[in-house]
Design a protein around this ligand. Sequence first.
Ligand code: NAD
Length: 472
Amino acid sequence: MVKICCIGAGYVGGPTMAVIAFKCPEIEVVVVDIAAPRINAWNSDHLPIYEPGLDDVVKQCRGKNLFFSTDVEKHVAEADIVFVSVNTPTKTQGLGAGKAADLTYWESAARMIADVSKSDKIVVEKSTVPVKTAEAIERILTHNRKGINFNILSNPEFLAEGTAIADLFNPDRVLIGGRETPEGQKAIKALKDVYAHWVPDDRILCTNLWSAELSKLAANAFLAQRISSVNAMSALCEATGADVSQVSHSIGTDSRIGPKFLNASVGFGGSCFQKDILNLVYICECNGLPEVANYWKQVIKVNDYQKTRFVNRVVSSMFNTVSGKKIAILGFAFKKDTGDTRETPAIDVCKGLLGDKAKLAIYDPQVTEEQILKDLSMKKFDWDHPAHLQPSSPTTSNKQVSVVWDAYEAIKDAHGICILTEWEEFKKLDYQKVYENMQKPAFVFDGRNVVDANKLREIGFIVYSIGKPLDA
Ligand code: NAD
């Protein structure tokens, strides 16, 4: 029986390994993590991440051929194939701070693999890493453990949060990069055999290591660039009276451009796009390519501009001040169908509005109050009351921020609504009822273009949609 161990039970490690276990009943898959609460959650009825379809897949395999454990060393030692899916955030200090990938977690995982290995292993880079990382990993492994063969493969993950299970079941492609040596090719074949259980042969792409590593950064840079391109166009639409949806449709029908990923919005978020572009920028700079670096930097600058533009629009529409006004924030996750808030545009928008002294009532169906307050760098209760005056009730409520568990509760008595995540339920609200419960004039700022602006205008709302003609 082939044994797989995956180091890192996060948004990638958990779902990818669950799907491998589901599709390959004869393979034993153990997902390990140093974070005990995360592993406990994977072993409970409340998985640590929300992803449509994930619960079913986990329930069907857990305890049979899928296991979650904190016993990292034991399971790594026993595995034939070790995936490494640890976090690779942006470095916050030292050389390359603010751009380069922080490979601390990867390095410590590699050192641990070298320490505990007693048999040959295939080590798979699942995390997104800078191009040439495999060379460094190889050095760590081979210099620390003589007499054992380690074959490094790059197998970047292309799943999108919110559709992870569907993406893993039916991937556009699986990419495997390896050395062009006979051992490297043998390792590629071993990993290919795993995916071949359900992925058609023509969708498994095999390349050299550096192409696979760079392809992941390139894919995220291209996707983010597409969003920034359409968002840049949305600003011009607002200035000229063009409608960004019509422009997107018009250009998307060109088969060279294609219709997907052309929705204008308040900006992209998520843990990957910005960090991977910054990483790419750093690699370009290190390779003496400042002009190429500047090109990719612009994608992030436009994204920041889009968030600022949104906040400015809210404030300027509401008579140039939101001070003391209640604004309902609908959606905090960086996209629908996930509870992930990493780099969500909602953080910048909320901070911008708080900076203008707005009162925010925030609602998201999948994000906890604790997470929202952490993201806004507020501790529960203590941001505007001294400790001895803090309320003892568990409901957070203060002068500036409250996190509520119902959209209608957030909207009650609000002057304006900002839709920041495209949750389906926001399309289906009873907007007549919403209107009646708001201060007038009642504003809707649709950061995801999900509501029918004309219908809302008929009710009486003043509506701002990204890249659309403005209300007179
Ligand atoms: P995550 O933070 O959710 O999970 C990483 C996990 O690794 C954490 O639970 C952490 O405790 C664990 N970990 C760190 N060091 C460890 C060690 N030495 N031993 C055991 N466990 C350790 O991160 P994620 O979102 O799953 O991303 C993982 C990688 O995949 C990143 O490189 C990311 O860029 C990439 N990626 C993410 C996505 C996505 O949508 N989230 C998609 C594709 C690729």
